[in-house]
Design a protein around this ligand. Structure first.
Ligand code: PBG
Length: 324
């Protein structure tokens, strides 16, 4: 107790603070989400996410070379297809945009970990994450074979990890079986296990043009009010064979990250989503906050809460800052 104990003693110099620091970020903690489009020479800034771009495959390769050179070892690919249709057919087409991106990246940067997001919403004309039944309900069981086809197609293209974000029940077991049957029993699944129905995804839906054309995602994504249910989602996905589980969004859900960390021993990922990024960028670009410090503090908080891996649009900038 004070005055014997004085917690300030170990705060007096930068090196003392470094000596007792409990949490440290590293570039290898980060996974950079990237948006791939058809065409070449395209690097189109996303209006709602300043500093993030829709990239054609050639530009994607350049971006990943830069990321890799600053120590970011993994990326997550999202595709913006040429055509959308009712069953999202570009999602599982050999020449789909993500498949093209994966092949180019594995040729240019064989050691880069290429993670492919699995979901129907970017590829369907109605913008929902699954196949529709009677034109307005997402049909869980009818969607599973499509997700499996997408997973196997990404595996054939050379993806290192597949990451289902659709929130259908039973998808991990279905995908594990489909991958194993196709000979990809060594391919890990990173499950978006506790994915909440969040307004923080708004800017992403502009970026990927994937907003639902009617209704919302509340019948498949989770209610933001529920943390016990989030544990059931995670537990179910672990039982079905997930290798890495994710909580998403990150900063507004640090309690969920902490609960998951305390209960489960799998590698845990957290996704600092587009709305979290957009808020920091908007306030920073207006001069209202110290953008760089808030970027680093938010990432540190996500790691301190228990995440091993952080999906973040700040991956490149944060890694550059850590290397300075
Ligand atoms: C696809 C998907 C979404 C995000 C990741 N995968 C959008 C959604 O569920 O509406 C959001 C990522 C972000 O906001 O940065 N289902």
């Amino acid at each position: 107790m004070y005055p014997i104990s004085r917690l300030r003693r170990l705060r007096m110099t930068p090196n003392l603070r470094a000596l007792v620091r409990e949490t440290a970020l590293e570039p290898a903690d980060f996974i950079a989400p990237l948006f791939v489009v058809h065409g070449s020479g395209i690097r189109e800034e996303i209006k709602t996410m300043p500093g993030q771009y829709r990239l054609s495959v050639d530009e994607l390769v350049k971006e990943c070379e830069d990321l890799y050179s600053v120590g970011v070892l993994s990326v997550m690919l999202f595709g913006i297809p040429e055509h959308k249709d009712h069953t999202g057919s570009e999602a599982y087409s050999h020449n789909g945009i993500v498949q093209q991106g994966i092949r180019a990246l594995k040729a240019a940067l064989p050691d880069l970990i290429v993670i492919a997001d699995i979901c129907m919403c970017e590829y369907t004309d109605h913008g929902h994450c699954g196949i529709l039944h009677d034109h307005y309900t997402v049909d869980n069981d009818a969607t599973l074979p499509y997700l499996c086809r997408q997973a196997v197609s990404f595996a054939e293209a050379g993806a290192d990890i597949v990451a289902p974000s659709d929130m259908m029940d039973g998808r991990i077991a279905a995908m594990r079986q489909a991958l194993d049957e196709a000979g990809y029993e060594q391919l890990p699944i990173m499950s978006y296990a506790a994915k909440f129905s969040s307004a923080f995804y708004g800017p992403f839906r502009d970026a990927a043009d994937s907003a639902p054309s009617f209704g919302d995602r509340r019948s498949y994504q989770m209610d933001p009010a529920n943390i016990r249910e989030a544990m059931r989602e995670i537990e179910g996905d672990i039982t079905e064979g997930a290798d890495i589980v994710m909580v998403k969004p990150a900063l507004p859900y640090l309690d969920v990250i902490r609960w998951a960390r305390d209960r489960y021993d799998l590698p845990l990922a957290a996704y600092q989503v587009s709305g979290e990024y957009a808020m920091i960028q908007a306030a920073g670009l207006n001069g209202w906050i110290d953008r760089e410090r808030i970027m680093m503090e938010s990432l540190l908080s996500i790691k301190r809460a228990g995440a091993d891996l952080i999906l973040t649009y700040f991956a490149r900038e944060a890694a550059e800052l850590l290397r300075r």
